[in-house]
Design a binder for this molecule. Sequence first.
Ligand code: ZN
Length: 202
Amino acid sequence: MNTDFLKAKNDFLEAAKRTYDSGIQTGTGGNLSVRIPNTELMIVKPSGFTYGSCTEDNLCITDFDGNLIDGKFKPTRECTLHGNIYKRYPHVGGIVHTHSVYSILISMYYEQLELVTLHSELKFGCPLPVVDVATQSVTPEELPKVFEAIDANPGVMGFLLKRHGLVAMDKTAVKAGQTAELIEETAQIQWEKHKMDLLLKK
Ligand SMILES: [Zn+2]
């Protein structure tokens, strides 16, 4: 096994554990992936497994079109989204997608996730867009909406899928997991702040 693959695999497993422990994803929903450097391949979560049950034995290696190259299980149905982000944005090395409560709430009532806290401002640099995708997972037909939202904010670290969840992109899967946690935390604060503003009639 080459070093690039080992690094990617360790990054993937650490991110899966961390994201599971953080509690921002329940059940078998959500998915994560990592680019295997210097290849056109990625490691993705198998469909139907929780973040907490990702192990060396069940991970899937696919190409950027989602074709299974190695592994015993069916890859996540979000391969289209992950693979096309890796194809189009070479700086992205890891992606974490979760169905987190406050991110979903924000996506239903707002056009974007605002930089309501100092840390979100420092880390994200710009508000994160909400993308309205009608399908359960992002299809090739829906991809242009995602690209348009990312391209409008070069370097944006993530986005929200309307009524669905968050997508965090970073250099590694572990970093993308940390970004996902900050997105969810920021969404919670934006949501609660709105209620407090109403109470104080701001
Ligand atoms: Zn999803």
